[in-house]
Design a protein. Structure first.
Length: 208
């Protein structure tokens, strides 16, 4: 499951570079009142093109959930569980789902447990119709890596393609004040302080 953010991009690179697993990379266009879907989709597609050219071929697909008419912002990890189930069923032989969750993410143990609960209830409905593999495991390839370590490990030009902001200004400019912007800024600064990478411009993913 690939958002186009720093964490899932680091996960994708790790899987491409360190495994020979056949990958199906899937991006969900999460359309809601935060208005981040176009920037995320552009990031996802740019990153996929970059990785295909430099690592190895893989299958890529997208789907969309449009909640833009709702006042409330739906919980992402539940939407991801819902879509992951459809994608697993749609992928012959699929027996693992990889997500870019980090051990340091807020309340991640509970969120992950709820996410898997939604997935498993849905998947059981398909299994009742003899569809899908008998078992699907959720894997967390970058779980133990701090965000600064992920930022440091990514090639700088790839890091610049990733998108983090939840509430971009006019669709494509990072707000620099949401939780995701702050976490990313902190990770990049830490990576620089530790001498792990050269300074990067704060206005990542610039609009041309
Ligand atoms: Zn932001």
């Amino acid at each position: 499951m690939f958002s186009g953010g720093l964490d899932s991009t680091a996960m994708l690179v790790k899987l491409l570079a360190e495994s020979s697993d056949e990958l199906r990379v899937h991006h969900i266009r999460m359309v809601n009142r935060e208005g981040r879907d176009r920037a995320e989709q552009r990031a996802a597609q740019s990153i996929v093109a970059w990785c295909r050219a430099r690592y190895r071929p893989f299958r890529y697909s997208e789907s969309a959930l449009d909640f833009s008419a709702l006042e409330a912002i739906p919980i992402d990890y539940l939407s991801i569980a819902f879509v992951a189930c459809q994608v697993a069923i749609d992928t012959p032989g699929c027996n693992r789902i990889a997500v870019g969750a980090l051990a340091a993410d807020t309340d991640i143990a509970n969120r992950t447990a709820r996410q898997k609960r939604v997935f498993e209830e849905m998947y059981a409905c398909y299994r009742a119709r003899k569809l899908g593999e008998p078992q699907v495991d959720w894997v967390f390839p970058v779980w133990h890596t701090p965000k600064a370590g992920l930022a440091a490990a990514l090639p700088p030009e790839l890091l610049d393609l990733t998108w983090s902001c939840r509430r971009p200004v006019e669709g494509f400019r990072p707000c620099m004040s949401c939780k995701a912007c702050k976490a990313r800024e902190e990770a990049e600064k830490l990576a620089e302080r530790q001498g792990l990478r050269a300074p990067v411009t704060p206005a990542h993913n610039p609009v041309s």
